[in-house]
Write a protein that binds this ligand. Sequence first.
Ligand code: NAP
Length: 308
Amino acid sequence: MSQVYDRVALIGLGLIASSIFWASKRNNVSGHIKGFARSEQTRNTARKIKLCDEVSDSLENTVTDADLIILCVPVGAMEQVMVEIAPYLKSGATITDVGSVKRAVIDAVEPHLPTGVKFVPAHPLAGTEHSGPKSGFASLFDNRWCLLTDHKSADEKAQNNVMSFWKGLGANVEFMDADHHDLVLAVTSHAPHLIAYTMVGVADDIGKVTDSEVIKYSAAGFRDFTRIAASDPTMWRDVFLSNKEATLEILGRFTEELFDLQRAIRTGNGDKLLNYFSHTRSVRRGIIEAGQDTEAPNFGRNIEPDGD
Ligand code: NAP
């Protein structure tokens, strides 16, 4: 494909930034890519593994001639980074981000946007429990969604370019209102992560009593929880603190339903349980029929003990 941008700057060099770099090189989506990370250790690692065409030690030098600047830092660090780069952005440049929460990032970036710089907030719905410069890979975004949000500073051209960029990396792209994004993600990602963190915490408490039986006899469901609960602590702290209202709304509904099911178990209300589980099974069928997942057992993964 033809390159969408001549010069791209990646701020933060972790899982998402490194995957953007490798996918961009694989598909020739952009020209020169310069990267910056706050720690010398990450910058040195990036240089060693040839992550980025150039790794700079200065934020100013990284962004000054960039056509597209991608903020790939935790949500809570977006404002500080924006304050630091704002004086050096060239007029006509586009800022985008990859933050897992959209309203908080818009509120953090907007006050510091220089005139003539466009902002196209974005969130690729793809990730793993690993982090850091060595964790990225070119296929991370293949066939995954990237959600973009309108912003008053951006014109159609800036939005179309960011859309082409993400399509070029392999993703499917759609626009979504920022608040709606935050509610949808609270349901599909943020609340489930908190539940996984909690379940692993509970199991760990029990594990201390039963001497590691929790790990030894861990079934696939719980192993999936432990994988989710191994996700980056800083990133997830920031997600919960910055998507507070939507997450609390969903967790409130979750606990109401949980108490309801708890009562059904205590009172022996089998009909209630059966109806509830039949309904959730039909939700799963709907996901498969919509082509969003495979019907194969264990999500199509190898079910050998070491298979995942
Ligand atoms: P990561 O692998 O942990 O990398 C984070 C990068 O940000 C590192 O280079 C780190 O620098 C830098 N950083 C951390 N705190 C900073 C601060 N206070 N100031 C400046 N730089 C800082 O994280 P990631 O998984 O790529 O996540 C990056 C963003 O993508 C987050 O906003 C996250 O919400 C979003 N996201 C993540 C996923 C996922 O599954 N991981 C999926 C979609 C979107 P050092 O290495 O020098 O410490």
